[in-house]
Ligand binder design. Structure first.
Ligand SMILES: Nc1nc2c(ncn2[C@@H]2O[C@H](COP(=O)(O)OP(=O)(O)OP(=O)(O)O)[C@@H](O)[C@H]2O)c(=O)[nH]1
Ligand SMILES: [Mg+2]
Length: 194
């Protein structure tokens, strides 16, 4: 199965995107595979509302390891399975907590294996530091796309054109992980490359 890695800064909306995109593709229950460092992987089954309540948070660094769900993307008359992997948010600084540093290392290690990189950014913020590093790498990769998230909030939509210029030739899709705006376009991006 191909893997789509959801990557970006802490609190940008990676987990909410992962769960709501799985739901958008028809899943009411999600089987989340947690892949903690140095320990065996384990799976938990949630209803999507339950998963949102447990795994999404207002404060940064909620996700501390790779968490995967299998999504089914329609292609022609069939459904193709893709592993959608949510990850630990990346920061510019070396984080004082070793668990967070190691979780970030796991995120980076996953980049090489992913067929798709879904890079969530908040268009209200400058693309600098770790976001710029990911963008530069992504611009050389076929399966890379910038998802300009939280477009439902004020000031984001107006910033999208700047981001499109900066990211070129990589594509940018404005989305809201909350309202699901842009999800059709994300599905189309993945489908065309399966
Ligand atoms: N308005 C709005 N809020 C959002 C959107 N996406 C995420 N949020 C909120 O932003 C906060 C962080 O969301 P998460 O999905 O937990 O963010 P994350 O990137 O997984 O964060 P870490 O796991 O800490 O790296 C939560 O309060 C979400 O409800 C969006 O598109 N619009
Ligand atoms: Mg998260």
């Amino acid at each position: 199965m191909k893997e789509a890695l959801v990557i970006g800064r802490p609190n940008v909306g990676k987990t909410l995107f992962t769960l709501n995109f799985a739901e958008f593709l028809g899943q009411h229950r999600v089987e989340v595979m947690f892949r903690p460092r140095g320990a065996a992987s384990y799976t938990r089954v949630y209803s999507v509302p339950q998963a949102r309540a447990e795994l999404v948070d207002d404060s940064p660094h909620r996700t501390l390891g790779l968490q995967s769900v299998v999504i089914k993307v329609p292609r022609g008359k069939s459904l193709r399975k893709v592993v959608l992997t949510d990850s630990t948010g990346l920061t510019d600084d070396i984080h004082p907590a070793s668990t967070i540093r190691m979780a970030m290392a796991d995120t980076l290690r996953e980049v090489a294996d992913a067929a798709f990189i879904l890079h969530l950014v908040d268009p209200a913020e400058e693309v600098v530091g770790v976001d710029l590093d990911i963008l530069r790498y992504g611009q050389t990769q076929e399966g890379y796309v910038v998802l300009a998230n939280k477009i439902d909030l004020p000031e984001r939509a107006g910033k999208a054109p700047d981001l499109v210029r900066q990211a070129a030739p990589a594509p940018v899709i404005p989305v809201s992980a909350l309202t699901r705006e842009g999800f059709r376009e994300v599905r189309g991006f993945v489908r065309r490359r399966l």
